[in-house]
Design a protein around this ligand. Structure first.
Ligand code: MLT
Length: 423
């Protein structure tokens, strides 16, 4: 008889974004003339930078010539890409990271889940609340949690609330935790972590032998020069942190797929027998066994991000989305909504009006304004009553969505909390 991984049955509802798509599709079918504007999933809308496209076209030509054709590439990624990342993303910021510590992949979402392959099953895991659902759901799938309670919190996890009450700062917990997921600039709240806060986490991890899994997918959107872009800007982080990065949001690669994970050579953990093992060695072994690398063509496109033209073009994209974020913040604030984020991150975190639940606000906004956002409760119990609006869209759509929200805010009205939450 076939058995299944029954941990999957513990997962609450569907994965957040497919659940949103399901509701939006149902609404669109029932209302075929509605011009729906999607500010839900953080998916880019603007074309790939010309430098990346030109490099990929050239790479296609390379594949058409026996002399420059490429078969399997290195599982870790091509050295010419890893060297540019090490120099421009890390060494230029004073971080001691070398090309050999960088692993190219097809997405940081995949890497955030795959990293559990090399970690044990008995670690105490801490994640912020609200949180990018991948960190929690992959731990549920791996059997690292108990069942979810009515609010959606899983037994056995340590939740670190990041709310307006604590200025969206992940506080060091009183209990000892082994693995800590931190994502800053934060998805979903758009908050950032200060240098002092991140240094406190690194000091904690070093003192307790813990591991920080730092998701820096949104670092390119930081506008405040005092905010660290990488965990490796903090003293000691090479000994206690893995960092995830992505080309999805800074260079528009959500459909092209390229990312990387940094595993420092100095990062060691002890086996149950007390023997020191480098996580680099385990991750390298995992990638060589389960992954055949990212396509040559895509890696050439990613390499072009680091050319002078590529740098100028991605700055243009980031500035464009951050202007959208400013418009969203300003117009929703002017309409009387309480908003957070959107200054160092492409997400604006909005308090639902009239005490509405996140899903009620989602449904009402969809029906009244035909605008889609992401219910905050989908990111965790502490996100209840909030709503995330993504700045990734065309200017025209952002302006139109704001106008529709302004015009319909009074129609949203009040309703009992959580009446339309998914089961
Ligand atoms: C989001 O909307 O939270 C992101 O697009 C999800 C992701 O990057 O996987």
């Amino acid at each position: 008889m076939v058995t299944i991984n029954e941990n999957y049955l513990k997962l609450k509802a569907g994965y957040l974004f497919p659940e949103i798509a399901r509701r939006v599709n149902a609404f669109a079918e029932a209302n075929p003339s509605a011009a729906i504007i999607k500010l839900g999933i953080g998916d880019v809308t603007e074309p790939l930078p010309a430098a990346c496209r030109e490099a990929m076209v050239q790479a296609v030509q390379d594949m058409g010539d026996r002399a420059s054709f490429k078969g399997y590439g290195p599982e870790q990624g091509y050295l010419w890409l890893r060297e540019k990342i090490a120099e421009q993303d890390f060494q230029a910021r004073g971080c001691e990271i070398s090309a050999s510590e960088i692993f190219i992949s097809d997405g940081s979402k995949c890497d955030c889940g795959n990293i559990l392959d090399i970690l044990g099953d008995d670690n105490r895991i801490a994640a912020t609340d609200p949180v990018y659902p991948v960190y929690v759901d992959t731990n549920v799938m791996a059997g690292h949690t108990g069942e979810a309670d009515a609010s959606g919190k899983y037994g056995g996890l340590t939740y670190l609330p990041i709310t307006a009450a604590n200025d969206f700062t992940a506080q060091i917990p009183s209990e000892k935790v082994d693995i800590i997921y931190l994502c800053f600039p934060n998805n979903p709240t758009g908050a950032v972590a200060t240098r002092d806060n991140l240094q406190a986490w690194v000091d904690y991890a070093k003192q307790h032998g813990s591991l920080i899994l730092f998701d820096a997918a949104y670092e390119a959107f930081i506008t405040d020069p005092t905010i660290p872009h990488s965990i490796y800007e903090l003293d000691g982080a090479r000994d206690c942190a893995i960092e995830f990065r992505s080309f999805s949001k800074n260079a528009g690669f959500t459909g092209t797929r390229c990312a990387f994970t940094v595993v420092p050579d100095s990062l060691t953990v002890e086996t149950s027998q007390g023997e020191a093992v480098k996580l680099w060695q385990l991750w390298n072994r995992r990638q060589c066994t389960k992954f055949n690398g990212v396509s040559y063509i895509v890696q050439r496109g990613a390499e072009a991000v680091y050319s002078p033209e590529g740098q100028a073009q991605i700055k243009g994209l980031i500035d464009f989305y951050m202007e959208n974020a400013r418009i969203i913040r300003d117009r929703l604030s002017a309409a009387g909504l309480q908003v957070y984020g959107g200054i160092n991150a492409p997400y604006v975190w909005v308090q639902a009006p009239h005490g509405l639940s996140s899903w009620d606000f989602f449904d009402k906004l969809l029906q009244a304004a035909n605008v889609v956002g992401t219910p905050g409760s989908g990111f965790g119990a502490a996100g209840e009553g909030y709503f995330r609006i993504s700045a990734f869209n065309s200017r025209a759509n952002v302006e139109e969505a704001m106008a529709r929200i302004e015009a319909n805010l009074s129609l949203v009205g009040t309703s009992p909390r959580q009446s339309s939450d998914p089961a």
